[in-house]
Structure formats: C-alpha cells, structure tokens
Design a protein around this ligand. Structure first.
Ligand SMILES: Nc1ncnc2c1ncn2[C@@H]1O[C@H](COP(=O)(O)OP(=O)(O)OP(=O)(O)O)[C@@H](O)[C@H]1O
Ligand SMILES: [Mg+2]
Length: 432
C-alpha cells in the first residue's frame, strides 16, 4: 500500500495535491473514503470515493484491528484509483469511544489592554478533558461565547480593551484507547491521521441548512452500530452525544424475532420494513426464510405487521433515549428542529415516529452540498442523495470550513510562527 506509483499527493499537509483533501469515515457497516475539496460557494466537490464493507468496527469502535486495517486500505485504494492520486494523510471521524461534551470556562487576565490572539490561545490552552475514570483525549475545543470584564455576549474580543477575558469552550473528548486503536489501523496503511472529528458534528456540517445551524437544530445520525447526535445553535456546535444502538440492532431483532438469518433479516428490513405498525395493512404478508431442524430452510408466510411490531419498539426506544439525553443536558429546549440522517434514517415512516416521540418538526437530511462531478467509481449511487454518506461528506465540509480548527492540544505547534498561531486568529475572525 506504501508505494501506489501515483504522484499527486493528497492531504491537508500536501497543498501540491491541488487542494484536494482525503477523509475517511470508519463506520460500523462500511468504511468510506472521499477525496475532494470545498469550493468558494460552499459546494463540496467530490473528485472520487472508495466504499467497502466494514467488519472490524462495532458501535463505532474498533474491535478487530486486522479487518479494520484491511477495509481502510481498500477504501483508500479505491478512492486513489478513482482520482489518480496518492493519499498521504486523512481526516477521520470518531463515533465510538464515548464522546463526551462538556463546557469549560477559561479565564485570562488581560490587564487593561487590548485582547490579542495570544490571550485567546492562553484561554484555549486551559481546556481540559472531562474528568472520567477512563483516559480521555480532547477532540475539539470550540469557543462558544466570550465575556469581557463580566459582560457576556461578546462576539469577537480581539482588539477590545479588557481586564479579564472569559472564554466558554465546548470541549469534546473521547476515550484515548478508541482514538489510538483507530489511528493505528490508519497508520498501518501508511497514512497519517490529520485529526479526528466527531461523527455527528461532521454530519451536521454536511446536512444542516445555514438557518437550521443558526436557529437551533439537533442532527441525529442513525448509523449501523451507533446513533449520534449534535446540537447546533447560533452557527456553532454546542453539544454532541453517541448511543451504541443503530440499524444493526433492528436487523438482529428481526433475525431473532422471525427466526431467520441476519442476511435475510437485513433484506426483509430494507425491502418491507416500516417504522409505524399502524401504517401496515393487516392483509399484507411477507415470505420469511426460516431455518428449521437439520439446518433446512423453508418459507413461512407471515403478516407484514409482525415486522413492524419488531422494528417500531426498537426505534421508539432509540428516540426515547435521544430525547432523555437531550433533556438531561438541557439541549432539548434549544433544539427547535430535528434533522435525521445516516443509513438507518431511510426506514419508511421514521419521520412520523420521530415526530411522535421527539415532538419536533423533523426532516430528512442528505449531504446535498456534494457535487459529484468526476466520480469514476461511484456507479449508480448519487452520493448527494445518500444519507449514509453524510459523515464522510461532512468531514470534507469540516476541512473546508475550518482550514485550521483551534489546536487540539495547547502545546503542539503553538511556537511555530505563522503556523497554528496565525491560523487560529484567522479561524476566529472567520467563525466568531
Ligand atoms: N432502506 C433502509 N431502511 C432502513 N435501514 C436501512 C436502509 N438502508 C440502510 N439501512 C441501514 O443503515 C445502516 C447503515 O447506515 P450507515 O452507513 O449510516 O452506518 P455506518 O456509518 O456504517 O455505522 P455507524 O455510523 O453506526 O458507525 C445499516 O444498519 C442498514 O441496515
Ligand atoms: Mg456512520
């Protein structure tokens, strides 16, 4: 995998790649790699992609290093072939590792002079991971609010005279072991991890409209092994969470409930599944291959409503869990709209069920900012219409919107003139 014999290098550290960026969504059901860039109008221009089944990741966390490594290598290679480029580094999502949001307020003495970029960096450097027993690593430190001498609501403190600066940060941390295992799988494919981005934050960047991000919206990414949530208010991501439940659990409920294989359960779910039992006519029947004695398979005609009676409770439970997490964190009141994305959000009737449980206006979100000119290998699928590609597209959006997100950890890179220093200031001016 090391020498792919192609010259154009892709990655944020390789501007020679024509501004192309490579991103990797290490999902529980599929690993996808996109190579592309964000154009000035905000469109995410996709040059090519690679997509392969994932067997080494469960609930967003690596459980089998060899199989994950193989899937990562395959997805990257496919995207490289499609674009004629050589990927050196990638931006990677993280769904597992119990990502945790907390708010941290940093205080910096200014001493009656204008606030400088250095003061902002001093404030950011104070961010700490949430206190947990398991070792946590900071993934994001996002400024959400400033106060100058006790006066809150300051949008951009740079250049303002102050005695005391307070910076409220949204700090997202995840288990260091989960990040390190995923990083190792990527590095063993001779690729560097540029940085991690939590999945629902990325999905929100791909599917939310600007108004939704401003007014207060929760994006729920319903994947195979996880359901992840991010809340955006006033254009900023202020909270994320992850539940270890997704479409795979619906499939396994069906396999158990109907006595069929996982493969047949998956097929029955996508062909005949419905989130609302009440919407299924009682006359309708489906053929279910059932494994009997002596491992023989025979067909049983079962009422289709049986499928709904299995699917609905699992999805209800998932939305109830989401609601209780939103309520417990105080986010429910802020999330006036809800957008569903991820592969498992394609279940017919899911919008009605989500509306019933979450009591909010619900819409389906797709990565519609994707402009897929030049895709050589994506075949019939239109990536912009595919909600399971929301996270991957969002990683590209992240790279475009945050040319240099605030430094992950305070020490590294801070002493390089014109490095993160300059870019932090630029990011702050553009985003706050
Ligand atoms: N038409 C459909 N109806 C219902 N579920 C579907 C449909 N199509 C795909 N799914 C489900 O979507 C899930 C895959 O979604 P997605 O690709 O977003 O997951 P992932 O990113 O691999 O997983 P995760 O984000 O949890 O790590 C699978 O469980 C699959 O069964
Ligand atoms: Mg996913």
């Amino acid at each position: 995998m090391k020498n792919r014999g192609i010259d154009r290098k892709v990655g944020r550290s390789f501007p020679g790649g024509g501004g192309l960026i490579a991103v990797l969504d290490a999902g529980s059901s599929k690993v996808s790699c996109m190579i592309g860039q964000v154009d000035p109008s905000g469109g995410i221009r996709l040059a090519g992609m690679g997509l392969t089944a994932s067997h080494g990741i469960r609930a967003g966390t690596v459980v089998d290093m060899a199989r994950t490594r193989e899937a990562v290598g395959r997805a990257i290679h496919e995207a490289e072939v499609a674009t004629g480029s050589h990927v050196e580094s990638v931006i990677v999502n993280i769904s597992g590792g119990h990502p945790l949001s907390h708010t941290y307020t940093a205080h910096v003495d200014i001493g009656s002079r204008a606030v400088s970029e250095n003061d902002l960096r001093r404030a950011i450097a104070q961010a700490r991971p949430a206190q947990e027993q398991v070792k946590m690593e900071i993934v994001h430190s996002l400024p959400v609010e400033y106060a100058i001498d006790g006066n809150r609501g300051v949008r951009d403190p740079l250049g303002m005279e102050a005695d005391q600066l307070a910076m409220k940060l949204h700090v997202v941390s995840a288990e260091a072991a989960a990040l390190n295992n995923l990083r190792s799988c990527v590095e063993e494919c001779h690729l560097a991890v540029e940085r991690f981005v939590v999945s629902p934050y990325a999905s929100g960047l791909a599917v939310l409209l600007e108004d939704e991000r401003q007014l207060g919206t929760a994006v729920i990414d319903m994947g195979s092994g996880t359901t992840t949530v991010a809340v955006f208010v006033e254009g900023r991501c202020i909270w994320v969470d992850s539940l270890p439940v997704g479409g795979w659990h619906v499939t396994s409920d069906i396999a158990r409930g109907l006595g069929t294989t996982l493969a047949d359960a998956e097929r029955l779910k996508t062909l005949h599944g419905h989130a609302m039992t009440s919407a299924i006519h009682y006359h309708e029947e489906i053929d279910v291959p059932v494994v009997g004695d002596n491992d023989e398979t025979h067909m049983r005609h079962l009422p289709k409503s049986m499928l709904g009676q299995i699917i609905q409770p699992r999805l209800e439970e998932t939305f109830e869990l989401v609601r209780s997490r939103l309520e417990a964190s105080g986010m429910f009141a802020l999330a006036g709209h809800i957008v569903l994305t991820g592969g498992a959000s394609q279940m017919p009737g899911i919008r009605d069920l989500a509306h019933y449980i979450l009591d909010r206006q619900i819409r389906h979100g797709r990565p519609s900012r994707l402009i897929s000119g030049g895709i050589g290998n994506a075949g019939a699928i239109d990536p912009a219409a595919n909600p399971s590609l929301a996270t991957c597209a969002g990683l590209l959006a992240f790279a475009g919107e945050h040319p240099a997100e605030l430094p992950l950890l305070p020490t590294e890179g801070l002493s390089q003139p014109g490095g993160l220093f300059g870019r932090v200031g630029q990011w702050l001016r553009e985003n706050l």
